[in-house]
Design a protein around this ligand. Structure first.
Ligand SMILES: [Zn+2]
Length: 446
């Protein structure tokens, strides 16, 4: 196994790629955020939320109207360290690049080769007297991954159990937890709802609203459509018109999940308001990664696939006492959020981290510098060599996942082909590092 097998480029039909325009962003001036005194922090990290779906970031339709009406300070140019949950949130919590925290691959479903074990902001705050709580539908927050033990309280309600309205199902637990915290106690709540993650099951009324009266694509009536369904439809299609219709359907279903998210977020903000908490806490709104909806024109759906801007770009919005509403052009990554927060609230930073205080400087570049390329590196899940090869070196048509595939069996089969987790992590970590430093990219393996 060589690095070239795991991450390579330019072996798909480059002509077929729809190149998204590169963002026209410079580093930007440091964030003019003030020192603030807050009782608590609420971090809303919406799983799988594309930045370009927010009206604040240019989407023509405002799908989050109730939420957007708050006086946010918006940061442009924000990016994830990884295109899927496990490495991304590990980076957020540790301010370390994936190559350093090492929690970026798994040989068994749900069990990372290297469970998260780095010093983390949640654990650090907890040790210094803060009350910490995690409220999520994401299965990667578990004992096995090492991510749930860094919080004192963990409430996990998977989307499979709650249905589409994952955030709404988590809210009563969050509110009860907040109500139980004594007046003078500092707290940090991390909320990671799965409403935007596949399978897509938006309410029919929201599909109708978001479709704007356009006829619905043929597959939109089906429930529980997931990435593999769209890939399968796409690769079975025989004309570009059919493929465009499948891409339109995926985007419509994805978008139609946002109004429900907006309703739950509006309810959350109202609950905070009624308790006077919005005057006392810092609210951070972001995501762990985005979602591909066929954007590159070669049939990629989901995330953790390649370094496309649809997966990499994140929203970043801040709301809190003393924070002026406005927009900052600042290139930043999720490893920078916590160093910036603790700088604002006067808590000592973790030592030897990769993240920077954005009040001192923005980044000169982020991974967006390669996001029009064909780089493959995340390889969601097992990062199997055959999967990576498929995604990298064969034309898109050949790598559709057949409907009815047993995903777990597939993962197991792939895992059997990988014998060395250390080598896997080392290669993936190096791939991340190479992306950051923009090294010349490898040729495709032969
Ligand atoms: Zn995620």
């Amino acid at each position: 196994m060589t690095a070239a097998l795991l991450w390579a480029l330019a072996c798909t039909d480059a002509e077929a790629l729809k190149r998204a325009p590169l963002p026209d962003l410079e580093a930007g001036p440091p964030l003019g955020l003030p020192d603030i005194t807050v009782r608590g922090i609420l971090f809303i990290e919406v799983d799988t939320l594309r930045r370009d779906r927010l009206a604040q970031y240019g989407y023509p339709t405002d799908l989050l109207p109730s939420f957007a009406e708050r006086s946010w300070h918006q940061i442009n140019g924000h990016s994830a360290t990884s295109a899927w949950t496990l490495p991304s949130v590990s980076s957020l919590f540790s301010s370390l690049e994936p190559a350093r925290h090492g929690t970026l691959a798994h040989l068994e479903p749900g069990i990372p080769t290297h469970p998260f074990a780095s010093p983390s902001w949640p654990a650090e705050l907890g040790a210094s007297g803060w009350t910490t709580g995690l409220f999520t539908g994401n299965r990667w927050f578990s004992e096995n991954s090492g991510l749930s033990p860094i919080f004192q309280t963990v409430i996990r309600k998977p989307k499979e159990e709650t249905g589409q309205a994952n955030l709404a199902a988590l809210l009563p637990d969050l509110i009860a937890w907040l109500d139980g915290i004594p007046e003078e106690q500092n707290f940090y709540a991390h909320l990671q709802p799965m409403d935007m993650h596949d399978p897509y099951n938006p309410p029919p009324a929201d599909i109708t609203d978001v479709s704007g009266g356009e006829p619905l694509p043929f597959h939109v009536g089906a429930e529980g459509l997931a990435r593999r369904h769209f890939e399968s439809y796409w690769h079975e299609a025989t004309t570009d018109d059919e493929r465009h219709e499948i891409e339109r359907g995926a985007a419509l279903l994805y978008d139609a999940q946002i109004p429900g998210l907006d309703r739950a977020l509006a309810e959350l903000m109202a609950e905070l308001d009624s308790r006077g908490l919005l005057d006392e806490i810092l609210v951070v709104f972001s995501a762990d990664h985005g979602e591909m909806l066929g954007d590159n024109g070669i049939g990629d759906f989901g995330h953790g696939i390649r370094w496309h801007q649809a997966e990499a770009q994140l929203p970043l919005l801040l709301l809190g006492p003393g924070i002026e509403p406005g927009v900052s052009d600042c290139l930043s990554m999720n490893i920078d959020i916590w160093p910036t927060i603790v700088s604002m609230i006067g808590v000592p930073p973790l030592s030897d981290i990769d993240g920077i205080d954005l009040r001192e400087a923005c980044r000169a570049s982020v991974r967006g510098s390669v996001w029009d390329s064909d780089v493959i590196l995340d390889v969601h899940g097992v990062a199997s060599t055959d999967s990576a090869l498929n995604r990298t070196c064969r034309s898109g048509r050949d790598r559709g996942t057949p409907l009815g595939d047993d995903a777990d069996a597939t993962e197991r089969t792939r895992a059997e082909k990988l014998v060395d987790g250390e080598q896997l992590v080392s290669l993936l970590g190096q791939a991340y590092a190479d992306i950051v430093t923009e090294k010349p990219q490898a040729e495709c393996g032969d």
